[in-house]
Design a protein around this ligand. Structure first.
Ligand SMILES: Cc1cc2nc3c(=O)[nH]c(=O)nc-3n(C[C@H](O)[C@H](O)[C@H](O)COP(=O)(O)O)c2cc1C
Length: 220
């Protein structure tokens, strides 16, 4: 027997009908999540954003090390500094650092080095990945863990009625400096959060059909 404490699992069984209904509900809701690049500056309920971050913090992680920090920025001055630094990185990305193939793959998104959403969105969440614990202890599967937490965060914000953008200016070293994060943290992603601007459009894109993304090994 393990010497470590346990608690009873809190697990709810649903009827097959409830499971089916929930699966359909989630599919319909999450297929409507789109990356928004034009935001209204209208205020948003910040307690909802904090709760969504708390929800993301419930994600699984390697050895339960929870190797993430979420910086929540609403200060217009800090947002402006982030925008200025991100646009400088993006200018050098679009003007030479990106391969032609990468630029071709981005063309349908209509993105360029200008990032007005970094000041227009009422809130920015900068997600940091902790390579090690603050006391130097080891962390495991950091990228996988933080990626899962970001996915949960994007889904939680969407389900609460907020639009998001997954933004990864490259490189993102300026964020660690600007937000004065410690050495064990590296910026992983910027997530502007808000309501879409009036008349927002998004690229007309397709999703792969299920048969292209699923391989099954069932008894014959
Ligand atoms: C890891 C990652 C990084 C991304 N980085 C950017 C980015 O820097 N700028 C941007 O406009 N979109 C970015 N995106 C958004 C993708 O372009 C977008 O998710 C994709 O085109 C599918 O569109 P959808 O999110 O509207 O479904 C990123 C998405 C992911 C998952």
């Amino acid at each position: 027997m393990s010497q470590h404490p346990t608690v009873k699992l809190d697990f709810e069984r649903h009827t097959p009908q409830e499971m089916h209904d929930q699966a359909e509900h989630l599919f319909d809701a999450l297929r409507k999540r789109r990356t928004v690049r034009t935001f209204s500056s209208a205020p948003i309920p910040m307690d909802v954003v904090r709760r969504a971050i708390h929800t993301a913090g419930q994600s699984p992680s390697g050895a339960n090390k929870q190797p993430w920090t979420f910086a929540l920025i609403t200060d217009p001055g800090v947002k402006a500094q982030i925008r200025e630094a991100a646009e400088a990185e993006e200018r050098s990305f679009y003007a030479g650092r990106a391969s032609q193939e990468w630029l071709d793959d981005l063309a349908h998104l209509g993105t360029d080095a200008n990032k007005p959403f970094l000041t227009e969105a009422p809130a920015l969440i900068v997600v940091f990945a902790q390579s090690r614990a603050p006391d130097g202890g080891k962390h495991y599967y950091v990228k996988e863990s933080v990626g899962i937490a970001c996915g949960v965060l994007l889904a939680a914000l969407h389900m609460c009625g907020l639009a998001t953008l997954t933004h990864t200016p490259s490189p993102m070293g300026f964020l660690q400096e600007l937000l004065e994060r410690p050495d064990n943290e590296r910026a992983y992603m910027i997530i502007p959060v808000g309501y879409p601007a009036e008349g927002t459009t998004v690229p007309d894109i397709d999703r792969k059909p299920l048969e292209d993304i699923l391989v099954e090994f069932a008894p014959s």
